[in-house]
Ligand binder design. Structure first.
Ligand code: E4P
Length: 217
């Protein structure tokens, strides 16, 4: 399973990269706004800065909702760096644009996916990745991990190459459950990745080993 970090915060991206287990980055307009990135020039530079930290796919989201604008924005984003993946919303115009990008060899991440039917459309359009938002599904009293299981089954049935990127992860258990379900990628806040380290028996065991080590002279 690949680990992506779901943030536009450069310090957190550097911290996750330093762990040595990071495979990529996802951003969205809300995460960019949270970092106070304003204006086209600053936004594009920020994506380049992220690409210079992590050598892996970096999702950069288009803001347009009609085919021509999505294509124009996506082509400009793709030119920024070889690792940019154009993130496109799951709407009719978005699916048309994903098919266009696929034919041009531009990588895409179909975002805001909340059903297996939407994931099927994204795969048929040739999306490189599909992003089911499991935390938001859970928030609305449905089962986000069950959605991952369903998409895994649909993609396996037909051998679709689209990677399943479990998004909107809220905690370390989400990561583990998505791994069990067969998600190809989990994009997570740094806190969820760091939560994977935690086990009280590890802490107790290490304290005991260090205490006993003192007796070794
Ligand atoms: C990433 O691709 C998504 O935009 C992100 O995981 C959404 O997460 P949220 O539901 O916590 O906003």
């Amino acid at each position: 399973m690949k680990f992506f970090i779901d943030t536009a915060n450069l310090e957190q991206i550097k911290e996750a990269e330093a762990l040595g287990v990071l495979d990529g980055v996802t951003t969205n307009p809300s995460l960019m706004a949270k970092e106070g990135i304003k204006g086209e020039k600053a936004v594009l530079q920020h994506y380049v800065d992220i690409c210079n930290i992590v050598d892996g796919p970096v999702s950069a989201e288009v803001l347009g909702t009609d085919f021509d604008t999505i294509v124009k924005e996506g082509e400009a984003l793709a030119k920024l760096h070889k690792n940019i993946v154009v993130k496109v919303p799951m709407i009719k115009e978005g699916i048309k644009a994903i098919k266009y990008f696929t034919d041009k060899g531009i990588k895409t991440n179909c975002t805001l996916v909340f059903s297996a039917g939407q994931a099927l459309l994204a795969a048929k359009a040739g999306a490189t990745m599909v992003s089911p938002f499991i935390g938001r599904v859970d928030d609305s009293n449905w089962d986000g991990v069950q959605l991952i299981e369903q998409i895994v089954q649909v993609y396996d049935n037909y051998g679709f190459a689209t990677e399943i990127l479990a998004a909107s992860i809220r905690n370390p258990l989400h990561i583990v459950r998505c791994a069990e379900a067969g998600a190809d990628i989990a994009t997570c806040p740094l806190s969820s990745i760091e939560g994977l380290f935690k086990h009280p028996l590890t802490d107790i065991g290490l304290a005991k080993f260090l205490e006993d080590a003192k007796k070794m002279g």
